[in-house]
Design a binder for this molecule. Structure first.
Ligand code: KG4
Ligand code: ZN
Length: 374
């Protein structure tokens, strides 16, 4: 495949509670993040114990102009080849803010616009920091998503498993909330679990005996809430419950990942594939360690991108846009098509990465009318 000598892309991310803008360049020497600025809204949502969509959308509107100016200045105001923006899945008000900004920017500078699937950004994020080769296996575990994906190439993703209810990060956040540990709950729960006995409280094991790679965390969340109300009185009780919940989440992530490794490995021609872990939950030391051990047991190389690329950021969106634009650059008509379609790119609250699979085998029973969730 012919490759473009040098491409520079501006990326915009606004699908949840982070507003982010970045500039990424790829040249013969590799991939370079020229700038990556993020405004976290955590403080604005903390009082509510979770992300409030209306507050998020308003905050994106207030910050995006300044962030874009900063990202461009930090990158040295480079000449751009394209603009990429998250077009879904996510909180629709926020997605529309970032996408509308990107459309205006692209129109003003006569640049092509690429609407990026947020999950594709996560899927490719490991390639920002190192040259992870296709195909690889990805576990994406964040506050909004919990998926296992075979990443075979740019635009070629197979969903091996997803959550049938809550995401792993939600299980951390909601347990932390009932224990009064604050928002976001993951880091607080991890700290509290440090002095705890993970075996003290009996917690349910989800999806035992299921042969697929799907996750379920709602039973664990409910059991933890019941124990919290009935039995947690002291700091030690709290630490023991946190340790138990953390161990249960880690165990399920490992069990499902090991099953996916078993499915993925035979599809490889040769070599040692990478098992990439992305998303905020990958920051948890217990989770990280057990996944690393599992990867080694199954002959996978373990890759955990730096945290700044694991959690929501715009560099991964710029990279996903850049990878698609690079493919289009090989066909002049494809670039012309991108330019022609730019203003027609629409925001999608739901947008599965592996659309064919999500439509054929929906894990959410309501998927038919509303379209499959991410
Ligand atoms: O990827 P991310 O920053 O945002 C999206 O949800 O897309 O992930 C945030 C999630 C939250 O649920 C947060 O509680 C969880 O990642 N998280 C953690 C830790 N740090 C962040 N969960 C467990 N342990 C942590 N140390
Ligand atoms: Zn995300």
């Amino acid at each position: 495949m012919m490759s473009h000598p040098c491409l520079t892309v501006l990326g915009v991310e606004s699908s949840c509670d982070e507003t982010a803008v970045a500039v990424v360049r790829r040249d013969a020497a590799g991939t370079h993040v020229l700038s990556s600025v993020i405004h976290s809204q955590i403080a604005q949502h903390a009082d509510y114990g979770g992300v409030v969509p209306e507050i998020a959308a308003r905050s994106h509107v207030e910050t995006i102009d300044d962030l874009a100016a900063r990202a461009l200045a930090e990158a040295g105001n480079p000449e751009l080849d394209a603009v990429a923006a998250t077009a879904g899945p996510g909180l629709i008000g926020g997605v529309m803010v970032g996408l509308s900004f990107a459309k205006g920017f692209a129109l003003a500078r006569d640049l092509p616009l690429i609407g990026v699937n947020h999950l594709e950004g996560h899927a490719l994020s490991a390639r920002l920091a190192e040259d992870v080769v296709f195909p690889f296996l990805l576990l994406l575990a964040s506050g909004g998503h919990c998926q296992l994906l075979a990443v075979r190439g740019v635009g070629d993703y197979e969903r091996l498993g997803t959550t049938i209810d809550d995401a792993a990060g939600e299980a951390f956040d909601k347990t932390a909330k009932v224990l009064g540990l604050g928002y976001p709950g993951g880091p607080a729960l991890e700290a509290c679990a440090r002095d705890g006995d993970a075996d003290r409280f009996k917690l349910p094991r989800a999806r035992v005996g299921h042969k697929d790679c799907d996750f379920s965390f709602s039973g664990l969340k409910t059991a933890a809430a019941q124990i919290a109300h009935a039995e947690v009185k002291t700091q030690q009780d709290r630490a023991d419950l946190c340790a138990g919940v953390q161990a249960a989440i880690a165990r399920q992530l490992v069990e499902r990942s090991e099953r996916a490794m078993g499915l993925f490995k035979p599809t490889m021609d040769a070599g040692r594939p990478a098992f990439v872990v992305a998303g905020g939950v990958a920051a948890n030391a217990t989770v990280r360690q057990v996944l690393k051990d599992a990867a080694e047991r199954h002959g996978f190389g373990f890759v955990a991108p730096p945290m700044r690329y694991c959690t929501d950021n715009a560099a991964m969106i710029a990279l996903a846009g850049l990878e698609h634009f690079a493919q289009a650059c090989n066909k002049p008509e494809a670039v012309a098509e991108l330019r022609a379609q730019a203003m027609g790119v629409s925001a999608r609250p739901r947008w599965p990465l592996d659309e064919a699979r999500a439509l054929a085998q929906p894990v959410h029973k309501t998927a038919g009318r509303k379209g499959a969730k991410a």
